[in-house]
Unconditional design. Structure first.
Length: 235
């Protein structure tokens, strides 16, 4: 039951295109940094009655399954202001700037945007204040990539072997796997499929046929229609 509630909350956040951390609302669930732009703006709004200390960082993409081999360096990115207090009812804007080594121009690069909301007020009575950290995808997108990023998920190619499913992404865009089920088994934190790559998984290992049901999420945080296919093991 708890898992169903958590999935419903995640789905709602994806549909609304915002991410809530404590009383702090972040204006998006994923962020696209287009090549050639000086910076990316990320709005924050404190909807609570308390002040929060906001601490932000750009990290590698290693937390996302399927992106372990990502080579984009977090050290070439700056987020400002990295640390500030957001008072009750106030809004502020984070700015992300890429100022380092060149990134591949034929495909997207993935990083992690980490935003923590830390209590900065006094604790009243027996109340407990907790810090919250949100991790979101930050995607660098070069200009002139072919195809439509909103429909890249439709291009994924699946094959089944005794070791499990292999998924190939022939597009220059990152594809997020969301609400993935294999033979009616839910796969938590299915991760991503990197551009121009293939990913070997243990899903449906030893099965002769694997029925897949999954969705993806587009640039605006919208959950895309369900995709269902059945994959037979290669002989």
């Amino acid at each position: 039951m708890n898992k169903l509630i958590i999935r419903a909350i995640l789905l709602w956040l994806s549909l609304t295109g915002v991410h809530a951390s404590a009383g702090v609302v972040i204006g998006g669930t994923r962020f696209i940094y287009s090549a050639g732009t000086p910076s990316l703006s990320i709005p924050l709004h404190n909807t609570s009655a308390s002040a929060w200390l906001i601490s932000s960082h750009i990290l590698s993409a290693s937390r996302w399954a399927g992106a372990e081999n990502e080579t984009a360096s977090a050290s070439s990115w700056v987020i400002t202001p990295p640390l500030f207090t957001l008072a009750s009812g106030q809004e502020n804007t984070l700015r992300v700037i890429h100022n380092g080594s060149p990134l591949p121009e034929n495909r997207e690069s993935l990083l992690t945007l980490s935003i923590a909301a830390i209590p900065s007020g006094k604790v009243n009575g027996n109340s407990v204040q907790m810090a919250y950290r949100s991790a979101m995808k930050l995607i660098y997108r070069p200009l002139g990539l072919s195809g439509d990023p909103q429909h890249a998920y439709q291009q994924l190619q699946w094959t089944l072997n005794p070791d499990g499913l292999t998924v190939r992404n022939p597009t220059p865009y990152y594809v997020t796997l969301f609400m993935l089920h294999t033979n009616e088994q839910s796969i938590d934190s299915a991760g991503v499929v990197a551009p121009f790559s293939h990913r070997q998984t243990r899903w449906c290992a030893q099965a002769s046929t694997c029925h897949l049901r999954w969705q993806s999420i587009n640039d605006y945080g919208r959950v895309m229609p369900i995709t269902e296919i059945s994959v037979a093991r290669r002989r």
